[in-house]
Design a protein around this ligand. Structure first.
Ligand code: PPS
Length: 293
């Protein structure tokens, strides 16, 4: 473990959130016991993690859909590295859903037998940047910055939880053949949630009736999640993570292209140059604007 930062903990070249990370788990991550029917949601921060947690919780658990069980998505689909509730994962019933921001090279080796499934959700990095800027200013466990410029420098230096966005997505994509992995794009989910849920169901080998599918789609919209205490993380934010102000939310805006209201022309061009340098020849295409085809 490297001790260089108040907010960040560097482990094997990757930054974790210091105050929340389970360091024992990190040391033993490679040997974390994987079951064949485990499902992992893997993301770079601010790319649609809690949205996907909610979708999978709705797909898998009837008690989540009809709210007969009062269980939050974080309990249905806990982070492995941020096990804030100190759950004994080995005692969880199957199928287990987990989520994580880990890079491909820290993945438990049991994921490489390609039985357990991974859903990797990605989002255009300019929206990630803006979402992350607001989030780091909101939660006490992350370092605040004075303006977008300051945060953008950190982000492009990879001096944030999740390290460099470019490395995260490239790493997982270029090693996709080592895993049983589906790539989902945030903007596609936004554009057509129903088709995205169907795509997920097909990968997860879950067949839902039309009525159940309707319920999943309805309960996974931004508006419904925002007002749903089971899904919106508001209590977790307030009681377990801690915020600097009272008016911030995990579910902030949930749109595509918010970066246009925040980046100056110069910042945008600078971002584009770094993006081109890092992502040229990268096969996945990104959606920067909701009006794009
Ligand atoms: S975290 O902290 O890494 O777990 O954050 P993460 O959940 O990955 O990302 C948070 C952003 O996802 C948006 N979000 C949604 N967008 C559209 N529809 C739904 N249902 C939804 N749920 C969460 C959330 O609003 C954050 O994006 P911003 O742009 O900040 O609003």
């Amino acid at each position: 473990m490297d001790d260089t930062d108040t907010y960040l903990l560097r482990f094997k070249g990757y930054y974790f959130e210091r105050s929340l990370v389970d360091t024992d788990l990190l040391e033993n991550l490679e040997d974390f016991e994987i079951r064949d029917d485990d499902v992992f949601i893997i993301t770079y921060p601010k790319s649609g993690t809690i949205w996907t947690q909610q979708i999978l919780s709705l797909i898998y658990f009837e008690g989540h859909r009809n709210k007969s069980e009062n269980v939050e998505t974080l309990t249905r689909a806990p982070f492995i590295e941020y096990n804030v509730r100190r759950v004994d994962f080995s005692k969880r019933a199957s199928p287990r859903i987990f989520c994580s921001h880990i890079p491909y090279y820290l993945a438990p080796k049991g994921l490489k037998n390609k039985k357990a499934k991974i859903v990797y959700v990605y989002r255009n990095p300019k929206d990630v940047l803006i979402s992350y800027y607001y989030f780091t200013n909101l939660v006490v466990s992350l370092q605040a910055t004075e303006n977008v410029e300051q945060f953008m420098k950190r982000f492009l230096d990879g001096k944030v939880v999740g390290s460099l966005w470019f490395d995260h997505i490239r790493g997982w994509y270029e090693h996709k053949h080592d895993f049983n992995i589906l790539f989902m794009k945030y903007e596609d989910m936004k554009k057509d949630l129903r088709s995205s849920v169907l795509k997920l169901c097909s990968f997860l080998e879950k067949e839902l009736s039309e009525e159940v599918l309707d319920v999943v789609v309805r309960q996974a919209t931004f508006q419904n999640m925002k007002s749903d205490p089971q899904a919106n993380y508001d209590d977790i934010l307030k009681d377990e993570i801690g915020t600097r102000t009272d008016d911030g939310h995990f579910l902030r805006k949930g749109t595509v292209g918010d970066w246009k209201y925040h980046l100056t022309v110069e910042q945008n061009e600078r971002f584009d140059r770094v993006f081109q340098r890092n992502m040229k020849d990268f096969p996945l295409k990104f959606t920067w604007d909701i009006n794009e085809e």
